[in-house]
Design a protein around this ligand. Structure first.
Ligand SMILES: [Mg+2]
Length: 205
């Protein structure tokens, strides 16, 4: 008899949402501040926040000007990455994860001025509802959330994300900004302007 015990296949499918979230956004221990300067470990939270703020200090004035210059009938949109862009994925170990505050500040301004917020993530479809809940809980008005379907999981991430932006444009939106922390969030066009948050050479998803 070579048949495997039935319990094995059952336990393999009993995957919790938390475990899937960890797979989709591999969390690593945030390095203590004192360790960050002496090793190649991830940056500490304070440094990350300062670096994010510096980028958003460029983004927010641009957004204010561009939103004020909306053409009649123009449907303005901003596209955001999620992990380590709108949420503190690699720094927050709770659920819901806290917002990345400098990004939330800009998002709030935009949504209060009629801009639709779209979230395009490499997270798999099974995480749609916990992700949408997390974003809304933190104060983001989610006009659209794009997660990867089964077949998208085998696609190049940049190509997948670019296709989502093209789709948003086809729905009649003008994407005035695309904000993310990985090069694959921003390549491929389909946005008037891109803002790159730190990923520290790929250390932050
Ligand atoms: Mg990211």
């Amino acid at each position: 008899m070579t048949r495997r015990p039935r319990a094995r296949s059952i336990s393999a499918t009993a995957v919790s949402v938390a475990a899937l979230a960890a797979l989709a956004a591999p969390a690593a221990t945030a390095a203590p501040a004192e360790a960050a300067s002496t090793s190649s470990a991830k940056v500490d939270h304070a440094t990350w926040q300062r670096d994010c703020q510096a980028v958003m200090d460029q983004a927010l004035p641009y957004l204010k000007t561009r939103i004020a210059a909306a053409r009649p009938g123009e449907k303005q949109a901003i596209v955001f990455d999620i992990d380590n862009t709108t949420l503190e994925t690699d720094f927050g170990f709770s659920y819901p994860q806290p917002a990345n505050e400098p990004v939330l500040e800009a998002a709030r301004y935009a949504q209060e001025h009629g801009v639709s917020l779209f979230f395009v993530t490499a997270r798999p479809g099974i995480l749609y509802w916990p992700t949408e809940y997390n974003l809304e809980h933190d104060g983001y008005d989610v006009s659209g959330l794009r997660v990867r379907g089964l077949f998208d999981l085998f696609k190049d991430v940049a190509a997948y994300k670019t296709a989502q932006r093209a789709g948003i444009e086809n729905d009649g939106y003008t994407i005035i900004a695309n904000i993310g922390n990985s090069p694959t969030d921003l390549s491929g066009g389909h946005a008037e302007k891109t803002f790159k948050l730190p990923d520290y050479d790929g250390q932050l998803s």
